[in-house]
Design a protein. Sequence first.
Lengths: 342, 123
Amino acid sequence: MTEPIKTDVLIIGAGPVGLFAVFELGLLDIKAHLVDILDKVGGQCAELYPEKPIYDIPAIPQISGQGLVHALMEQIKPFNPTFHLGEMVTTLEKIGEPLFRVTTDRGKVFEAKAVAIAAGGGSFQPKRPPINGIEPYEGKSVHYAVRKMDTFRDKRLVIVGGGDSALDWTLNLAPIAKRLTLVHRRDDFRGAPDSVNKMRALVANGGVDLKIGQVTLLEGGDGQLTAASIKGNDGTVTRVECDALLPFFGLTMKLGPVADWGLKLDDDLIPVDTGTFETEIPGLFAIGDINTYPGKVKLILCGFHEAALMAQRAYHYVFPEKRLVFQYTTSSTNLQKKLGVA
Amino acid sequence: MSDVQELSRDSQSTAKMAKITFVEHDGTRHDVEGEIGSTVMETALRNQIGGIVAECGGACTCATCLVHVDDAWAEKVGKPSAEEEDMLDFAFEVKPTSRLSCQIKVTEALDGLVVHTPSYQGR
């Protein structure tokens, strides 16, 4: 069995609230590891609106999503947290009083004295196109990501989408595929111009078929696709024989495995105590958009407050023998040493 | 007296409104009022219209507030911006009159607007 990674607190989700939790825990000498399904930190701020302005962070009249993430990363630097990105937490079980064992889809195992679920709207997962009967093919001949390119060698592929993922995989897989058809709803691609040009060149020399339209029908059996029908914008339907379909329609948030951790959920949200932001399971916390309580407002600033109170309570589990003395960063030499400014 | 005036100034009843009709894909009609200056997406959420998710909250970054503008209104509502057009790539069953409702501002000219919500928002 994999040797568990031992930490004081495991934070699930590296969005703004998970990142700020590192700061609040760090001031109390509590070490943290963070796991996030995205391959970058920042959660929705980084994935959904990196360039969009946020106007309601206290004392910061305006900052972009990515700007906020940069600033938080700078703020938590002194506490040197460990990030596990591109991994999804799949299981969480209580094995002590309190001690939690947490595993990820990449086979990592953590043991933490407390766990803070800061998972926002859940985990970002690929969007599923609304094609009737697509589910049985998923994972077998419909793939939302490419893990091993060789899986697609000498196969007839249909790639759907007009962004960088669709274009990159078109360029990478065209040389090894038997036949590659790229399907997009319009003859205009928002991907990087260089990729668009390369794709157009492949189309011109016959290396790739480009179809403008939407996939409407799948044929096959036992999870194995045999053909896809593409309806053009003029209504004409083209049938393309294929072995695999790769849709790239971006990401959406799904609750995901949180539902399986034995917590009583309220409309897919985790009820918490508003004094500690602890769930019904002692040592298991939920902060930010994922939690609910009377009067809950889904604002980043509320998540920051929740992180601060969570840290106060988590201290009791991490250092049960110690008494917590509250201090201000402005006046405490002790805290300033931790921040590397004293 | 001044308190009363404050109240009425803040209350929605004095805000200028436009009629908007949402037609769900099963045919259910919702005739509601949208505040001039707000967006069609915000109007949908305030009135709990089925079929509008608005995952990103109106930042034009998720494509889960798709509506199909009624043909009679398509010209008045206008075409999507380049940014919105890019985002429509993430939506499904996109038609020539499809728009993201967070990008349609409610104006006096749109009083009476009819939009159709899709059966699926790509989640």
